[in-house]
Each structure stands twice: as C-alpha cells, then as structure tokens.
Design a binder for this molecule. Structure first.
Ligand code: ADP
Length: 407
C-alpha cells in the first residue's frame, strides 16, 4: 500500500514537474516571439526614421539656397551643398561663413536675425543671411540659417528704380515746356505770337509722343523675345527705312545710299523688330550728320550671317562713350540730344533686337570722322531666301524706288 502511494506521489510529482516545465517553455516561447516582434517593429521604425531623414537631407540638398542646421548647443548638424561652398572658403566668401556662425549663435538664444554680406569679388556679390530659432511647444530644437544670393534681385531693383527715375526725368522736360507754352498761349492776344507759340506746342507734343513711342517699342521688344521668325528680305528693310527717313534726310541735305552686292539677302527674323533696329541705326546716322555727309548702308553675307552696316561721316562718338551707348537712356551729349528729340533708347532697342535674334551689334567710330554700326543677324536658309527675294524684286518693280538714290 505504502509502495503504491509512493509510486502515485512520484508519478504525480513527475506529472507536475512536466506541467511546470511545459508552462515555462510556453512562456519562454511566447516571450521570444514577443521580443522578436518588438525587435522587428523597432527595426522597421528605425528604417522609416532613416528613410525620412534621407528624404529630408536630399530635399535640403536640392534647395538653391544655403541651409545650415544646428542643435540646441550650436553644433552644426547639417549643411547643404550650397552652404558648403562657404566653409573653408578664403577671401570674401569666408565672411559669409562667419556671419552664419554668429547669426546661428544669436538664433540659439531665441531671436530671429538677418544680415547682408557684401562680397567685393570679382564678381561682386551680395549675400543675405538670416537665422531663426527652431522651437515647437516651448521646446528648443536648435536653429537654422538660410543663405541667399541677392545680387541679381538687387541689380534688377536698381535697374527698375533707374528706369522709373529716367522716364520721369525725360517726360518732365517736355511736359513742363508744354504747360508753360499753353499758359503763355492762353494769355496771348497777338495772333502772330500765338501762332508761333502753337507751333512750339506742336513740336513739344511731337517730342513727347516720340519718347512714348521709343518706350513702348523697347518694352514690346523686351517682352517679345520669342517672337515669330520668318524670312525677311534685307533690301526691303532698307527701302522701308529710307522711305521713312527721306523727309528728315532731305531737310538736312544728307544724301543716303545703299550698297547691296546681292539682292537676295534674307534674314531669319521678326520683321517688325528688325525694321525697328535698321530704322534706328539709319535715324541716328542722319541725325548725327551734317549737310552733304553721305549716310551709306551696306549688307554682306559672312559665315551664315547677314551683316548690315550703317556708316556715316558725321560727328563720331568719343571712345570713352562707345561702350555705354547701348545702355538705356545713355546719351553722349544730353544738351544736344534734347534738341534732336532722342532720349537714349534707340541703340538699346537695336541691341535688344540683335540679342533676341542670337546676333550682335558692333560699333566703330572716330570722333570728327564718323561712325559705323554693324548689325549681325542669322541668314535664312536657301529656300526661304529664294522665296523672299522673289517677293522683294516684285515689290521693287512695283514701287520703282531706286536704291542708292536717297537724300
Ligand atoms: P537716341 O535715341 O537719343 O538717339 P541712342 O540710344 O540711339 O539715343 O544713342 C545713344 C547715344 O549714342 C546718343 O546720345 C548719340 O550721341 C550717340 N550716337 C548714336 N548713334 C550715333 C552716330 N551715328 N553718330 C554719333 N553719335 C551717335
């Protein structure tokens, strides 16, 4: 009996021990499984964090502005490639790096700060650096600095201010004259004097409208860079410009002549723009010539381009002014130009037309001997040339306007 009890107790103990071991084993497996799942979740989370960090870095690197990020202690954590050009820089660029460090330190104390840094070059540049604290929910995450090259916006802004100032200045003179003349005219009882005053009013009004025409033409050409191109016969352009200029040339007794070795010269261009450029060059040549000083226009083919040259024997342009005459509103002798009616936009129009067409305009001039302006434009292909030349010779026959018989 005792033996049976002992055996039963032993079996029960054995079964119990087995059950405990089995339960422990189950707990162990479950704990292992949970740890594995936890590890996997952690790894996935880490991958996601790394991925979004990479995405953020790549986005910062793609920005065409310098970005520098620092932690709350001021240690730089990231610098995008644009900002990296200033680290270890020598000369002027080192000033940008110094400004970034100083502004980041100030931003770390919770202030948004900014500064312009002039780099004297060459090329001269102006950089704008601003830094701001990175804060959210009262917690400080460090600071970030942004670096911008503001050279071009500053240049455009200065140009815009100059342009407005120049226009106001140019318009003020004829407007003032008009108002004065009108006032005098209103009080004038002598019909002869009144009629003389009326002629002067008309002259000022014409001058004003010429200024407005030049301004509108320049603005149209500037906004019309991708204008439609078509084959344009050079001969036709010159004939048209001569016809427009004939009254002024006749009045000044300035003879005009054209030398075109081939009648079928054709440019690939926007007709209105090119006509305006050729007219402006010829107008200047006539304006700056005296009686019996011939103005000659010639054209030749050179390396896929047509070169239209306008040459005069007039007053010429002093060397020191030659580089600047293509700038808007630039005039060699303002007091003289005032009576001639220009405001310094003619050559700006010519240069703009040339660049719009992938060409150029050159000047050669000797003071007291005369000037030569050459407009270089792309020549049209053979088929367009033949077609346009045919049209030009038809027009020539119909108009019977002899080239070389101007003035
Ligand atoms: P504007 O429209 O007042 O004539 P432009 O832009 O055409 O001005 O010309 C700029 C300056 O260049 C003028 O002030 C003028 O003195 C000078 N210039 C232009 N063409 C000639 C030329 N053929 N001969 C002498 N001076 C010229």
């Amino acid at each position: 009996m005792i033996a049976v009890v002992v055996v039963l107790v032993a079996v029960a103990g054995f079964v119990l021990a087995g059950a405990v071991a089995w339960r422990e084993r189950r707990h162990f497996v479950a704990a292992e499984e949970s740890r594995r799942r936890h590890d996997e979740m952690y790894r996935r989370h880490e991958d996601e964090v790394a991925e979004s960090e990479t995405r953020l870095r790549l986005s910062l690197d793609a920005i065409t502005q310098g970005v520098v990020m620092a932690d709350a202690d001021g240690n730089v954590l990231h610098r995008n490639p644009y900002a990296r050009q200033f680290t270890d820089a020598r000369h002027g660029e080192a000033l940008v790096e110094a400004a970034v460090a100083e502004l980041l330190a100030e931003a770390a104390e919770g202030r948004a700060v900014e500064r312009e840094v002039e780099l004297f070059g060459p090329p001269r540049r102006c950089m704008f650096v601003n830094a701001l604290p990175l804060e959210l929910g009262g917690r400080n995450y460090g600071s970030a600095a942004l670096i911008d090259d503001i050279t071009e916006p500053q240049r455009l802004d200065a140009m815009r201010r100059d342009f407005v100032a120049n226009i106001s200045h140019e318009l003020r003179t004829p407007m003032g004259a008009l108002s004065l003349l009108a006032e005098t005219l209103a009080a004038e009882s002598n019909p002869e004097v009144a009629s003389r005053l009326a002629v002067r009013v008309q002259a000022e009004a014409i001058r004003l409208s010429a200024i407005m025409d030049d301004l509108l033409e320049l603005s149209r050409i500037e906004s019309d860079e991708a204008a439609e191109r078509a084959p344009v016969a050079v001969q036709e352009l010159i004939n048209d410009a001569f016809s427009r200029l004939k009254p002024a040339a006749d009045e000044k007794q300035v003879p005009t002549e054209a030398v075109l070795p081939a009648l079928d010269m054709v440019v690939w261009a926007d007709r209105r723009q090119i006509a305006s450029a050729v007219y402006n060059l010829l107008d200047n040549a006539v304006k700056h010539s005296e009686a019996h000083q011939t103005v000659r226009v010639s054209a030749r083919l050179a390396g896929g381009c047509v070169e239209v040259e306008v040459r005069d024997r007039g007053c010429g342009i002093p060397l020191r002014h030659q580089k600047r005459i293509f700038e808007r509103f630039y005039q060699v002798d303002r007091s003289r130009e005032r009576t001639d009616g220009g405001v310094g936009l003619g050559l700006a129009i010519v240069r703009h037309v040339a660049t719009n067409h992938g060409g150029e305009v050159r000047v050669e001039s000797t003071e007291g001997e005369g000037s030569s302006f050459t407009l270089v434009l792309p020549a049209a292909d053979e088929a367009s040339t033949a077609e346009a030349a045919e049209a030009a010779s038809r027009q020539e026959a119909a108009a019977a306007l002899p080239i070389g018989a101007g003035g």
